[in-house]
Every structure is written in structure tokens, then in C-alpha cells.
Design a protein around this ligand. Structure first.
Ligand code: NAD
Length: 509
């Protein structure tokens, strides 16, 4: 299949119509893109489209099909045909080899995909390159895992032979958000395809471009038509249709907790298997005996990277009171050095928000935090640099004098905003860390290894890092406790979640 015309482009869509910035341009946009269903490039059944808009300058980049329930149904039928057809006859080794080829193609197209992601979402090009590389790594990991999917033999009490088979679920629905568009899609596509399922991927309306392009690359890699389909369209229509469709056996979702709850309800209709990766309000716990210089150099990136639009953002800094003033000073100095700017610039560390609407949400949180009595240490608004006037930029912002009951300490801002809360004892640090409905991620900084492990064990979250920011690896399980979700992505845990176990017993008597 030939590639669609290059989409040079950017974000937009969400469910709510246009989201142009202050200086929206109306220049000629690229040729409209199409969805990928059953190996073909198609329009929405009713011919509707929506615009993808740049958060960097408000320009319409391209339009994409506004898929709905009828398109989801077409995709489910195509995916079911593929599941019952040639794909069914493939060995696990062949599936793995095809995933490896897919990984190679993604690497060969790394720059193109990174440009699309950066332009579409406003993330710095350097981050986008890293993410596309990570997508290829995930495909390689599951390519290698495909033929290591094994069953068991079980010594039962009857005189027979009992063994298990790990079988694919069938057609799976993969619904992803806009913050790491292709990377979060890869965490689902990789294990889903490696386990022998067929899939319908629905990207967020803001960021459909890389999903469409990668589905074309999947065909080029040799996956049979219908194994990977992409339906673009509003979550409330296309996403809801996936969550409710009786022909889909599992739905894997990443997004807001409230959306996850809706999906869980819709999935009940046919008892779909579900995995939900939801919101977070992760703590960054720093004890007085930590390497404070290193903490202050790294902590800003754990919340300001991706302009704070990261479910793992360590958006609460819990600091031992005896070093509070020193840590605030060090963090302020480090934050002022973070380079906010044009996402296309190699040196940029923080680009735009995904949209002007998201920026407004963040600005509203900043205002509310001030009203609740929190104190701005750095940032607190829109950058003053005139070169950034037309993009959805926000200053990296630190709030001090925050208490755990304030909204800024409880709710996911999903922007470059961090709240500093002091504590006096290890027990209080753990209590504060757990004092939100979420439990996704977090970090602990101390030179005392016993204290580090006690605190890591005390924090109710699916992922914790000690003396660093990173907690996500293609090889290791990732997911949330409490209202941050259910199920795990990455590693062999995710792989198994795209299978079901069949127990077979042979009577030998
Ligand atoms: P969102 O919930 O608004 O949308 C996510 C996806 O769901 C989109 O594709 C959207 O179109 C679709 N959707 C919306 N309504 C739907 C419905 N009723 N039924 C089915 N699908 C529907 O989330 P978002 O704003 O795109 O992403 C930000 C959120 O994602 C944040 O809360 C963030 O914490 C979370 N997130 C979580 C993780 C994680 O792994 N835990 C990772 C990244 C982002």
C-alpha cells in the first residue's frame, strides 16, 4: 500500500470541535487523511471529517475521518475476518518475526513519525524521537516474546493428563490518549498482536496522525489486512462504540479516570476483559539525607517534561521540613533553566500543551491554587516571550505552602505545575503520599536504603522509583493501584493479559 500524502502535522479534534489558538491561520491544509480498516484506506461511513490543529500556531494541518459506530462495526467485522482467516494459521514465530520487521520499519521512519508526533502534539522533537525509538523497542520486545507464550502441565489427582493453552482473545479494542500518542498505542499493539489477537486502535481526536501512519507501516511489514485497524473519531462516539461492541473481547484503555469508569460500565455488556491505565497524582518524596543537588536537577523534568501532560508526573513534592527552604531554592533555580520553546527546536525541553483548551484548564488550576492560599515560587502563567505568543505555552510553575486538602494537591492538573508539601516524619511522608484517590507512580529520594525501601513499600502505587525519575520500561509491568487503573502494561504481565487460559484434561484411564 502506498503512504498517504504527508500530513505535516498537528493536533486537534477532541470531542468538542475546533480549538484554534489566538492567531489561527487558515492556509491550505494537506490532503485529508483516511482511516485504515481491513487493509484499506477509507473515509467515515457518513463522510464526516474533523480538523487536526497545531497547538504551536493554531493552524489547521489536515483533516481526518470522523468515524462513528458504523465505522467501528466495519472495523470489528474486518478484524474478525482477519482473526478467522490467514492470521489464525500463522505460527507464533511468524507473528514474532513480523513484529520484528514492524520494529525495523518504525526505526526507518523514526524521523517522519517523530516530526508528526511533535507537530501534532507540541512536544519537543527530541522527546518525540526518543518516544518513537521506544515504540520500536516495544515491538521488538513483543516480537521476541511471541514464541515464548507457553502453557503448563498440571499434576491433577485423577489418572489423566492436564495441560493449559494460552489462546488469543479475538478482536481487541485499543483506546489511547493524546499525551504519548504512539508510545501508549505501542504498549497495547505489541502484546495484542504478539498474542495472536486482531485489533482496532482508536487514537485520541487531538492526535490521530501517527496511528494512521503506523497502521500503513504494519501492512508494509506483512501483517494481513484487518489485523491492525485504525478508526479515528470522537471518544464519546467511536470510543464508546468500541467499549460497548459485542464483537470485541477486550478493551485496553489509557486516559482519564472518569472515562475509564464509563468504559468499565460499557464493557459489562458482554463481560469484556479490560485493562485501564488512568490518572495519577504521583508523589516525589525527598528526605533530608538525599542528594539534594541531584534531586533538584532531576525533579523538574519529572513534572515539566511533556509540558506536564504525563500520567506519571510527580506533581507533588513531599519534602522533609528541615530541608524545605533549601530544596525550594534549588528547585526554583533549576526550573528557571528549563528551556521552554518551539517544539521543532532541538534544544527545546518543554513545548506547548496539546491544545489551547488544555492550557486554559491548567491556567484555571493555577488561579484556583492561588485562591486557596498556595504561593507561586516560579512561573504561574503564560510565557512573556513574544516568539511564543501564538502557541499553547504555559510556564513551568512551582507552588509552595500547599496543604494536602487543596485541589492542586488532590486533582490531576495535567500541566507543568508542581505542589510542594512539607512533612516531619517518614510515617507522615507515607500518609501524605497516599492521601489521594490515585496510585500510579512516584519517587523516593534518600541515601538510607532501608528507609527508601520502607517508604517504597508504604506507598500505594503500581510503580515506584528510588533516587531517580524513571519507572517505565518495556520489559517491566506498569500500571496503577486504587483509581489509577487495573491491569498492567509492558513486560510479560501485559502479554498474558491479551490471552485467555484454556485448561485441557485427557482421561487416560
Ligand atoms: P480521555 O479519557 O479524555 O481520552 C482518552 C481516549 O478515550 C481518547 O481516545 C478519547 O477519544 C477516548 N474516549 C473519550 N471518551 C470516551 C468514551 N466515553 N468511551 C470510550 N472512549 C472514550 O483522556 P485524555 O485527555 O486523552 O488523556 C489524559 C488522561 O490520560 C489523563 O488523565 C492521564 O493521567 C491519563 N493517562 C494515563 C496513563 C496511564 O498509563 N495510567 C498514561 C497516559 C495518560
Amino acid at each position: 500500500m502506498t503512504a498517504q500524502p504527508p500530513a505535516n502535522g498537528h493536533d486537534h479534534g477532541h470531542d468538542h470541535g475546533h480549538d484554534h489558538g489566538p492567531a489561527a491561520h487558515s492556509g491550505a491544509a494537506a490532503t485529508p487523511l483516511k482511516m485504515v480498516i481491513g487493509g484499506k484506506l477509507v473515509d467515515a461511513a457518513d463522510g464526516q471529517t474533523f480538523d487536526v490543529v497545531s497547538p504551536v500556531d493554531g493552524r489547521v494541518i489536515v483533516s481526518v475521518p470522523k468515524g462513528g459506530a458504523e465505522d467501528v462495526d466495519r472495523a470489528v467485522k474486518a478484524a474478525q475476518r482477519a482473526f478467522d482467516g490467514e492470521w489464525h494459521t500463522w505460527s507464533q514465530t511468524r507473528r514474532g518475526q513480523t513484529l520484528a520487521r514492524f520494529a525495523t520499519l518504525i526505526r526507518q521512519h523514526l524521523e517522519e513519525l517523530a516530526q508528526l508526533e511533535s507537530e501534532n502534539m507540541g512536544k519537543p522533537i527530541s522527546s518525540a524521537r526518543w518516544e518513537i525509538g521506544a515504540v520500536a523497542n516495544v515491538m521488538e520486545y513483543y516480537g521476541g516474546a511471541a514464541n515464548k507464550l507457553m502453557g503448563e502441565t498440571i499434576p491433577v489427582s485423577k489418572p489423566g493428563f492436564d495441560f493449559t493453552l494460552r489462546e488469543p482473545i479475538g478482536v481487541v479494542g485499543l483506546i489511547v490518549p493524546w499525551n504519548f500518542p504512539l508510545m501508549l498505542a505501542s504498549w497495547k499493539m505489541g502484546p495484542a498482536l504478539a498474542a495472536g489477537n486482531t485489533a482496532i486502535l482508536k487514537p485520541a481526536s487531538y492526535t490521530p496522525l501517527t496511528a494512521i501512519r503506523v497502521a500503513e507501516l504494519a501492512l508494509e511489514a506483512g501483517f494481513p489486512p484487518g489485523v491492525l485497524n485504525v478508526v479515528t473519531g470522537p471518544g464519546s462516539v467511536a470510543g464508546a462504540a468500541i467499549a460497548a461492541h459485542p464483537g470485541i473481547g477486550k478493551v485496553a484503555f489509557t486516559g482519564e479516570t472518569a472515562t475509564g469508569q464509563e468504559i468499565m460500565r460499557a464493557a459489562a455488556g458482554n463481560i469484556k476483559k479490560i485493562s485501564l491505565e488512568l490518572g495519577g497524582k504521583s508523589p516525589n518524596v525527598v528526605f533530608a539525607d538525599a542528594d539534594l543537588e541531584r534531586f533538584a536537577a532531576e525533579a523538574p523534568y519529572s513534572v515539566f517534561d511533556n509540558c506536564g501532560q504525563d500520567c506519571c508526573a510527580r506533581s507533588r513534592i513531599l519534602v522533609e521540613r528541615s530541608v524545605h527552604d533549601e530544596v525550594v531554592e534549588l528547585l526554583a533555580a533549576a526550573t528557571l533553566k528549563v528551556k521552554v520553546g518551539d517544539p521543532a527546536d532541538d534544544a527545546t525541553e518543554v513545548g506547548t500543551m496539546v491544545s489551547f483548551r488544555q492550557r486554559q484548564n491548567v491556567l484555571d488550576y493555577i488561579r484556583m491554587a492561588g485562591e486557596e492560599g498556595a504561593h507561586v515560587v516560579v512561573g504561574g502563567g503564560i510565557p512573556t516571550d513574544p516568539a511564543l505568543a501564538n502557541g499553547a505555552y504555559v510556564q513551568p510553575t512551582i507552588f509552595d505552602r500547599v496543604t494536602s486538602r487543596m485541589r492542586i494537591a488532590q486533582e490531576e492538573v495535567f500541566g507543568p505545575v508542581v505542589a510542594i508539601i512539607p512533612f516531619d516524619t517518614e510515617e507522615e511522608a507515607i500518609r501524605l503520599a497516599n492521601d489521594t484517590p490515585y496510585g500510579l507512580s512516584g519517587s523516593v529520594w534518600t541515601r538510607d536504603i532501608a528507609k527508601a525501601i520502607r517508604t517504597a513499600k508504604g506507598i500505594q502505587s503500581g510503580v515506584i522509583s528510588i533516587n531517580c525519575n524513571s519507572s517505565v520500561h518495556a520489559e517491566a509491568p506498569f500500571g496503577g493501584y486504587k483509581m489509577s487503573g487495573t491491569g498492567r502494561e509492558n513486560g510479560m504481565h501485559a502479554f498474558e493479559s491479551y490471552t485467555q487460559i484454556k485448561n485441557v484434561y485427557i482421561d487416560l484411564s
